[in-house]
Design a protein around this ligand. Structure first.
Ligand code: FES
Ligand code: FES
Length: 167
């Protein structure tokens, strides 16, 4: 069955079973492999993307439920690695193996778009569903604080960049 999707601001069409999880549409049909498969049951956060600006687990979203909602993946976060989280992740060397990090960044981006200056508690609560086998949690928290600092001007804000990516 044919479906039209808006992914990273582009209209894409796919021919797939309506029950196919978005994760496999992204990875296998659209070659957007930055979004990772971890548990497949909505428990680890490796597959986190944004659906209409909200963090969501792509492994648990059937294609048929998306309609005209806007999907943004890690590839759509910025076109030139200029998102404050991408900058802070590099400057603080946040990842270890890296496997969970696209999902971590997408959850963090959704947090900063809503709450530009989160406290440690805000971060811990918001990021609790994103697991990291390498236990980079302390650096993730520092990376989010640093990104919040970098995003102090509106043009560079995560919210503005996400709005741009979702157009
Ligand atoms: S792969 Fe989707 S939450 Fe784990
Ligand atoms: S950096 Fe290895 S799983 Fe998170």
């Amino acid at each position: 069955m044919k479906f039209s999707l808006t992914v990273n601001g582009q209209s894409r069409s796919v021919d797939a079973d309506p029950e196919t999880p978005l994760l496999w549409i992204l990875r296998d049909h659209l070659d957007l492999v930055g979004t990772k498969y971890g548990c497949g049951i909505g428990q680890c956060g490796a597959c986190t993307v944004h659906i209409d600006g909200e963090a969501a687990r792509a492994c648990s979203l059937p294609l048929s439920t998306l309609g005209d909602k806007k999907v943004v993946t890690i590839e759509g976060l910025s076109t030139d690695a200029s998102h404050p989280l991408q900058k802070s992740w590099c400057s603080l060397d946040v990842p270890q193996c890296g496997y969970c990090q696209a999902g971590q960044i997408m959850s963090a981006a959704a947090l900063l778009a809503k709450n530009p200056h989160p406290t440690d508690t805000d971060i811990d609560e918001s990021m609790a569903g994103n697991l990291c086998r390498c236990a980079t949690y302390t650096r993730i928290r520092a990376g989010i604080h640093e990104a919040a600092r970098l995003a102090s001007d509106a043009k560079n804000s995560p919210k503005a960049q996400l709005q741009e990516a979702a157009k």
